[in-house]
Design a protein around this ligand. Structure first.
Ligand code: NAD
Length: 241
């Protein structure tokens, strides 16, 4: 048996990037880098204090782009897996960093957006950026100030690419979840959606610890993704998985 002859869906979360030096969400009491999530990851927070939210993402962007932040062996193993996969392959990441693309991954969707772009809430203009955003920034298309925000999905907002994602889930034969706490929906519900198809699907989880959904997986690989993923890749290459 080899999974490379099957359609593979990979879901990644903050855990895959933690060994690259990017903090996960819930390390301490639901704080992200010492910030309360409701103060920086909601539209209400942005409306109340846009520059606080802008500062938070400006700092994240600067820290993601530090030279020492690079893809780890987990990201690279997924790139290698994509290369040997003979059927369809998709990574759906909840992460807003760009470490999967830096590792070389091609079939990739950022369902929670990324820090590569901004968009204007007034006219929808999408803007690539490499500067600090502040609320005085004026959209160059509609010329309206105060409407430009980071292109990330905040709590209470609809994730991106859901049509494409569910279409792929409908044909998924191998579902692999990596470094996600399975607390944030709809991503946490992908496994339930797949199981509702009542077909035989291989479900693998990679995490440091048990998650709310661990019991649903065919097999859980506990440990650091930078170790468990390369080991898994080797077993796949040898036809064990
Ligand atoms: P989370 O922080 O809620 O959970 C991280 C999970 O990864 C935990 O279950 C933890 O046990 C596991 N983990 C930590 N280190 C690991 C490692 N080395 N190997 C394997 N597993 C490891 O993350 P989530 O479920 O992705 O939460 C989703 C939200 O967090 C998303 O909306 C995302 O945008 C946001 N977020 C993104 C980043 C990023 O872009 N890198 C960082 C923090 C938070």
């Amino acid at each position: 048996m080899t999974i490379t002859n099957k359609n593979i869906f990979i879901l990644t979360g903050a855990g895959i990037s933690s060994e690259s030096g990017i903090k996960t969400f819930r390390e301490k009491d639901g704080l992200w880098d010492n910030h309360k999530i409701e103060e920086v990851c909601t539209i209400e927070a942005f409306q109340k204090n846009p520059d606080k939210v802008n500062r938070f993402y400006n700092e994240r962007k600067i820290s993601f782009n530090r030279s020492e932040i690079s893809p780890n062996k987990g990201h690279i193993a997924l790139f290698e897996l994509e290369k040997i996969c003979k059927k369809d392959f998709l990574i759906v990441t909840q992460n807003i960093d760009s470490l999967h693309e830096k590792a070389g991954s091609k079939n990739l969707l950022h369902m929670h957006g990324s820090l590569e772009s901004l968009y204007c809430m007034y006219c929808g203009n999408k803007i690539a950026y490499d500067f600090d955003l502040d609320s005085s920034y004026v959209c160059f298309k509609c010329k309206k100030p105060g409407n430009v925000r980071v292109d990330v999905v905040w709590f209470g907002e609809q994730p991106k690419y859901l049509d494409q994602i569910y279409k792929f889930l409908d044909k998924t034969e191998v579902f692999i979840s990596i470094g996600t706490s399975n607390n944030v929906y709809p991503a946490a519900g992908f496994i339930d959606y797949i199981l509702s198809r009542k077909e035989k699907i291989l479900l693998y989880e990679f995490n440091l610890e048990e998650t709310a959904k661990s019991g649903l997986f065919t097999e859980s690989f506990k440990g650091y993704a930078s170790e468990t993923l390369p080991n898994f890749l080797e077993l796949v290459s040898n036809g064990i998985y």
